[in-house]
Design a protein around this ligand. Structure first.
Ligand code: ADP
Ligand code: MG
Length: 252
């Protein structure tokens, strides 16, 4: 594998009971590139993101991120908690529902992972957190409680919190789906700036213009399988598979 590959997923499988949710998923993402995952509800996009950061344990296959490989299936048993945590730390995840800690201020939310997972001192964590709040336009809200914030503001804090752990890859699961239209653009702008700064991203999105204009690769999934994958503009504007064509019709 080339040094320039940041994410390599090989023959990934995941079932919930008898329901096979991911079947033979393989793809790779070069360092600094953005892959957009599109597809109908229930096609397995969230489960795939959750497998990449080990919120779900895959049943089979392998994932390499930043040169670290995890083999799943029977081999999963050999991993220690510390190895799983180290692998998880390569990725930062942003959810549709924000998931901020409600009992902490904005600043404390962004410092929490560094302090309690990495054991970094309070002063050191604050030195990292404040510029990240500025980067997402939330420096004026450091002392605010999450419940006082709009959805778009919460999502900006959630992005800063994920970045505070210094991940190599950012995973976005429909990060704009719960937002008002004008807030959607603000979050997409932050994601676009991250892309321009060279952050590798896996983005589950229904924003086809973002997928076309910002993503490098678009992967269309249906029923737990990759139906079609390729250069973003080509897949969005000139899909080859009937299922992809049908899906994209809903967005015109
Ligand atoms: P998408 O994000 O593309 O909408 P999901 O990954 O959320 O799809 O879901 C794919 C399928 O897996 C769906 O049929 C969903 O009901 C099922 N599923 C997801 N998570 C679980 C779970 N924890 N237990 C059982 N079934 C699940
Ligand atoms: Mg989903």
């Amino acid at each position: 594998m080339s040094k320039e590959v940041m994410i390599d997923v090989v023959n990934l499988e995941k079932s919930f009971g008898k329901h096979k949710v991911l079947e033979d998923i393989s793809f790779s993402v070069p360092k600094g590139k953005v892959i957009a995952l599109i597809g109908p509800s229930g096609s397995g996009k969230s489960t795939l993101l959750r497998c990449i950061n080990l919120l779900e344990m895959p049943d089979a296959g392998a994932i390499t991120i930043n040169g670290k490989t995890m083999d799943f299936g029977i081999l999963s048993l050999r991993y220690r908690t510390t190895e799983l945590a180290a692998f998880r730390a390569e990725t930062g995840m942003v959810f549709q529902s924000f998931n901020l800690f409600p009992n902490m201020t904005v600043l404390e939310n962004v410092m929490a992972g560094q302090r309690f997972v990495k054991g970094i001192s309070k002063d050191q964590a604050e030195l990292i957190a404040r510029p990240l709040l500025a980067q997402v336009g939330m420096e004026g809200f450091a002392a605010s409680m999450p419940q006082r914030l709009s959805g778009g503001q919460k999502q900006r804090v959630a992005i800063a919190r994920a970045l505070a752990m210094n991940p190599k890859v950012m995973l976005f699961d429909e990060a704009t789906s719960a937002l008002d239209p004008q807030r959607v653009a603000e979050i997409l702008t932050i994601m676009r700036e991250l892309a321009q700064a060279g952050m590798t991203q896996v983005v589950v999105t229904h924003e086809m213009s973002y997928a076309r204009d910002v993503a490098d690769i678009v992967m269309f999934m249906a029923d737990g399988r990759v139906v079609e994958s390729g250069p973003a503009r080509q897949v969005i504007e000139d899909p080859q598979e009937e299922r992809t064509k049908d899906f994209l019709k809903h967005f015109h």
